[in-house]
Design a protein around this ligand. Structure first.
Ligand code: UN1
Length: 496
């Protein structure tokens, strides 16, 4: 019998009110059933929000450094269990072990950053216009934060949202992706062990309907979502109607530009990692390669050879370079885009098919694929595929490369390989993205810097780094007039 998991609501591990469950299977071998998880309904979400409201009352009164201390212990426990969590994560998500270890490390880094932020959460003290008067601001918690997280970073992304929300004094209801519910289950166990008061964290498993109930719940003033642009738009509409604070992190169509003076060995390693790491399932994945015409043919030939050498397999095996896609619908989507490539007359340089090995028959595998000859407006050069497909565009100059990079609806990350310092600085200025890398691929953001994109990638907020603490707290401004007289701002004036 497979394990049947529960929600964590009101301080207890409980069955869903619906009595329904969904299955969580290993995407590298769908015969491997990890467990059954609750398919929760609005009633479960209600109970979670009610308890989290109670949790918020107590937790928000605890001094922020003490809240940070809990996060410090969370970081320690994650460090202790890094390997076990990474293995469980690879089993349910598919990416290779070095990557799931990195995913846990990102959670550890986020925990320690959050722990120390408990001793900062700076406000400002500024001079008043008036005599004997102080003017200052400080940061206040908001309430219950509703977090909806994706499958591709099963631990790191929940921590990006949860840890800052908690340190700021909010309580949390999290609904993780139904593709990777086990990792967040393990994370919640750690939070409780670290001493987080139980009502402060609520875990409600489920699919889109569960997420909708959370977004629409009037007791949840803050929502943070990472996922598809379509779902993000629906959430945006719902939050707009009720004036909720909302952070959206959505699609990307990130490009790597390789100029004719680039170190091609370095660029080759970079594009393999950026395009096919995580089987291309990162918002930051390198999904367009913009090649200067003077290196185009040479670089593409080398890239084809190197791509063909990538070994597909179970991510827990040492010799695997690339794991499976997350589920059947993802592979179907990739296959639909390959059909579009054919209709558009693009050249499939390599890949473009499932692997032939019978050993991989039970997983959602797809060969790393390169499609060349794309025009900047080709659908494969415009739309997010979220799979191991790299679209190559040839350009004649740096200016053209910038235009191509910027000519999409998304704006998460970009990268330029060049040895020309002037071009590197121009790239940082002219590329319309939230993140630009010089001589490094489009993936690999660090937890202590703000993360996010422009245009349709997001709605102006950032995760990570110092900025996310502003999202999870409200600014309160206080004036203290100790003059003992009525002083009228904008009217009484001491300039003379
Ligand atoms: C994502 O794909 O949603 O920068 C996040 C990176 C990772 C995070 C990716 N640190 O690629």
């Amino acid at each position: 019998m497979p394990t049947t998991f529960r929600n964590f609501i009101a301080g207890r591990w409980v069955r869903p009110s619906t009595g329904r469950y969904f299955e969580n299977r290993n995407p590298a071998n769908t015969r491997d059933l990890i467990g059954r998880f609750p398919d929760s309904g609005a009633e479960d979400v209600n109970a979670a929000v009610q308890s989290a409201t109670e949790g918020f009352r107590k937790w928000s009164r605890l001094p922020a450094p003490a809240r940070g201390d809990v996060l410090k212990r969370v970081g320690d426990l994650l460090t202790e269990r890094k390997e076990a969590i990474a293995r469980a994560m690879t089993r349910e998500m598919g990416k290779v072990l070095p990557e799931t270890r990195g995913d846990v490390q990102e959670g550890i880094d986020t925990a320690y950053y959050a722990a120390s932020e408990g001793r900062r959460l700076f406000g400002h003290t500024v001079p008043s216009e008036l005599r004997s008067k102080w003017a200052m601001s400080y940061r206040r918690p908001i309430g219950v934060a509703g977090l909806i997280t994706p499958f591709n970073f099963p631990l790191a992304i929940p921590t990006w949202k949860m840890f800052p929300a908690l340190v700021c004094g909010n309580s949390v209801v999290i609904k993780p992706s139904e593709d990777v519910p086990h990792t967040v289950h393990l994370l919640v166990e750690i939070l409780l062990e670290a001493g987080l008061p139980p009502e402060v964290i609520q875990l409600v498993h489920g699919g889109g309907d569960t997420g909708r109930a959370l977004v629409e719940h009037p007791g949840v003033p803050v929502i943070s979502f990472t996922g598809s642009t379509a779902t993000g738009s629906a959430i945006g509409e719902a939050c707009g109607r009720t004036h909720k604070r909302l952070s959206l992190e959505m699609g990307g169509k990130n490009a790597m530009i390789v100029m004719d003076d680039a170190d091609l060995d370095l660029a080759l390693e970079g594009v393999l990692w950026g395009a096919f790491g995580t089987t291309g399932q990162r918002c930051t994945a390198t999904s367009r390669l913009i090649l200067h015409r003077r290196v185009h043919d040479r670089f593409l030939r080398r890239l084809e050879e190197a791509t063909d050498r990538l070994a597909l397999g179970d991510g827990r095996q040492e010799d695997t370079d690339v794991g499976p896609l997350i589920h059947e619908a993802s592979r179907d989507k990739v296959e639909r885009y390959l059909a579009i490539a054919e209709e558009e007359g693009l050249e499939v340089v390599t890949g473009g098919r499932r692997p032939r090995s019978p050993k991989l028959r039970n997983g959602w595998f797809y060969r790393p694929t390169i499609v060349a000859g794309a025009r900047p407006k080709s659908r494969l050069a415009q739309e997010e595929i979220f799979g191991p497909v790299l679209t190559v565009i040839r350009v004649g100059s740096f200016d053209e490369a910038v235009r191509v990079n910027n000519g999409v609806r998304y704006g998460l990350s970009s990268s330029v390989y060049t040895r020309d310092t002037n071009l590197a600085f121009r790239a940082m200025q002219e590329l319309d993205n939230g993140i630009t890398y010089i001589n490094a691929p489009t993936i690999g953001a660090e937890a202590h810097l703000p993360f996010g994109g422009v245009k349709q990638t997001g709605n102006g907020h950032r995760e990570g780094g110092w900025e996310v603490y502003e999202f999870y707290s409200e600014t309160k401004v206080c004036y203290v007039d100790y003059s003992g007289t009525l002083q009228r701002a904008q009217i009484d004036n001491y300039a003379d």
